[in-house]
Write a protein that binds this ligand. Structure first.
Ligand code: NAD
Length: 412
């Protein structure tokens, strides 16, 4: 995974150098800094389990780059967490924060654990142990974690509480994604979906398209809110979850579909729609395809089936890198993950700001600020794409790498 990131880094650096986008002193070879994580912390977390036995869990925190601000990125609890993956995701966070132009860097962490096998008491002990183990290297101005795969707002509260006890000061800004009642931000729950809506809206303004058909893969936090918050002119004709997909060419009633999903735990068998497979959903002849479930769903096996003219990457890395290039060469516009799903981290940054300033912003205020950030990021990426004839992903990397390098140069 990290290999792909490094390829994108090198490609962006070549464009920055050749077009003299920032001043570069070749002797310094400052790009080398971005090829490495600044710090990798590996922790062992001994926990007394409910049955009295002791189990030791292994965890990581990768602090990739903090030239633009504190490291920022999630903590995931998953049996397959590994060093390479966490490093790669930490690099990605640095790029994402720079694309969104928020003053934060990139980090990521996790524990090798299947949280479904642990009781709530054990999960609390594990999270508090992680906070104690990371306390010397995190902090509101140093590294600010957040939820990620299988971690919850409640866990963020435990982390904050344990860290605050250690430093002796209530420190809500040490972590984001907390519950609203414990320093969380209004608007965080819908921010990723809404950010993707704003990104697509900004792109459509560059075209003459207003009325579009859309297929959304994944109906979880991000996909559901994208569908729920999308414009009336956008017809959501298909959505899916891990069980299967549904399709209605006349458009799906999303409010009714949310109720159906709550009642039956799936989107399948939604009245008035027909069931199709997830592969069929990806290949639908729609204007916009929104992968919002998993990484690597479009690969060499199925990329030629894609008929959508635009893809909005809400999932992280839903398209394999070579296929992303092939699709872009075919004229398919890909709104890249580092922009399309950055709404979550932008509102996490807002949460951090509110905590530091002891403020609480209203939802409308949060959403207006989010819109502003996404539209500015889109405009800058579009500008770079037009000026240097790039696809949007490469343009986003060029912008981000230039911003991070400039910040590094200031301190070296
Ligand atoms: P989630 O767990 O809430 O939802 C995932 C959805 O995908 C569920 O509806 C699930 O049923 C569906 N799914 C799982 N396997 C599938 C399969 N094989 N085919 C089709 N659908 C499948 O997760 P989420 O928070 O909505 O995140 C979705 C993606 O967006 C992930 O890649 C995540 O990294 C990315 N993302 C999320 C956020 C956020 O704030 N939620 C932020 C940035 C990126």
């Amino acid at each position: 995974m990290m290999q792909d990131n490094l390829k994108q880094l090198e490609a962006a650096y070549e464009i920055i150098k050749n077009n003299k986008l920032i001043e570069i002193d070749e002797k310094k070879n400052d790009i080398e800094i971005l090829r490495h994580a600044k710090r990798l912390v590996r922790v062992s977390l001994p926990i007394v389990m409910d049955n009295g036995s002791i189990r030791v869990f292994e965890g990581y925190r990768v602090q990739y780059n903090d030239a633009r601000g504190p490291f920022k990125g999630g903590l995931r609890y998953h049996p397959e967490v590994d060093e390479d993956e966490v490093t790669s995701l930490a690099f990605w966070m640095a790029i994402k924060c720079a694309v969104a132009d928020i003053p934060m860097g990139g980090g990521k962490g996790g524990i090798i654990v299947n949280p479904k096998e642990l009781s709530k008491t054990e999960l609390e002990k594990l999270t508090r142990a992680l906070a104690r183990a990371l306390a010397p290297v995190v902090g509101p101005l140093v590294d600010v974690p957040a939820p990620d795969v299988y971690t919850t707002p409640e866990m963020m509260s435990w982390f904050k509480d344990e860290y605050s006890k250690i430093v002796g000061v209530d420190s809500p800004a040490v972590i984001t994604g907390k519950p609203l009642t414990d320093g969380g931000s209004k608007g965080r729950d819908k921010a990723t979906g809404l950010g993707a809506v704003y990104a697509l809206e900004a792109y459509l303004e560059k075209t003459d398209k207003k009325e579009i058909t859309v297929a959304v893969q994944g109906f979880g936090n991000a996909g559901l809110h994208f569908a729920e918050l999308s414009h009336p002119e956008w017809k959501i004709v298909a959505v899916s979850d891990s069980k299967s997909a549904i399709y209605n060419e006349a458009g799906l009633n999303i409010a009714d579909l949310i109720k159906h999903k709550e009642e039956t735990k799936s989107v399948v068998d939604f009245p008035g729609s027909k069931n199709v497979t997830n592969e069929e959903l990806l290949a639908l002849d729609v204007d916009v395809l929104v992968p919002a479930a998993l990484n690597s769903v479009i690969t060499e096996k199925n990329w030629e089936n894609i008929k959508a003219k635009t893809i909005v990457e809400i999932a992280n890395g839903p398209i394999a890198l070579p296929e992303s290039k092939k699709l872009a060469d075919k004229g398919i516009v890909i709104i890249p993950d580092v922009l399309a799903n950055s709404g979550g981290v932008v509102v996490s940054y807002f949460e951090w700001r509110q905590n530091l300033d002891k403020e609480s912003w209203e939802t409308d205020d949060v959403n207006a600020k989010l819109k502003d950030k996404i539209r500015s990021a889109f405009a800058a990426i579009w500008d770079a794409k037009e000026k240097h004839n790039l696809d949007l992903r490469t343009a986003a990397y060029v912008l981000a790498v230039a911003r991070i390098l400039e910040a590094e140069q200031k301190r070296n």
